[in-house]
Ligand binder design. Sequence first.
Ligand SMILES: [Zn+2]
Length: 310
Amino acid sequence: MPAGRYAPSPSGELHLGNLRTGMLAWLFARASGRDFLLRFEDLDLDRTVAGAENQQSQDLHAMGLTFDALDGARLFRQSERMELYADAIARLQQDGLTYECFCSRREIREAARAPHAPTGAYPGTCRDLTEEQRARRRAERPAALRLRAPRSAAGTAEQSSVEDVLLGRITTEVDDFVIQRNDGTPAYNLAVVVDDHLTGVDQVVRGDDLASSTPNQAYLRGLLYGWHAAAEVQYAHVPLVLNTEGQRLAKRDGAVTRAALQEQGIDAASLRDLLLVSLGLPPGPLAQALESFDPTALPTEPWVFQPPGS
Ligand SMILES: [Zn+2]
């Protein structure tokens, strides 16, 4: 069954911006007859907060979001799928599509880059180390694994493009991005691709701050599961919610979670309506909003929210 998904990190309470993106993901999925899955991205143990998963589930249900079961479970966690990521990494390794990287963040930041290389792209420091150099560096620090992205004979990177329902075509150079962190944890960009493919997700709706990593993910999906499957994924990167200073909304901005808004007298139904109206949709149950949902009529600008009492 083709599916959409909402995939929060259980790192605390969801704020209004997260809830709005979740609603949009639900609307996109249901409007196109897809299943809708709930996936907790809990690979980053340092950020995982006890109880956050329950709280987030309750918040999403309070907004009216419904989820479909996957293999009989109403939700699933990345931490329970480590074998699947290990399989994918092993396949890439066997195909010679990875290499070890020993760089610290600082080394990457300070390394010289080719002219016109995209900001944040890996400068390629470890791409062509000799086996002897690798052995020496392994003794110093554990290696992360990077994708060995294709290059032309002249050394230029290959481009990857996706079509986005809201943003149009997004094209970036395929980067040597990390697929396994140097503590052995599968990297976000790998886990997302493996999960989406293996759970039938062919529609990805998320905040537009993640748009720039999408061509890399689409490329990896093609490598692992075939270009045809990768090309059929529908993407929609939706505008974020900003605070009155124009920054991405965060919990420090005040009453921005369901619980905090409840204390200000805004109950779950009012919060749902507030979010629907911000999307140009009629207030009321989500099923009703679904009837007027038109992806092409969604606002393309961020929504600015001023928390009550601030
Ligand atoms: Zn490196």
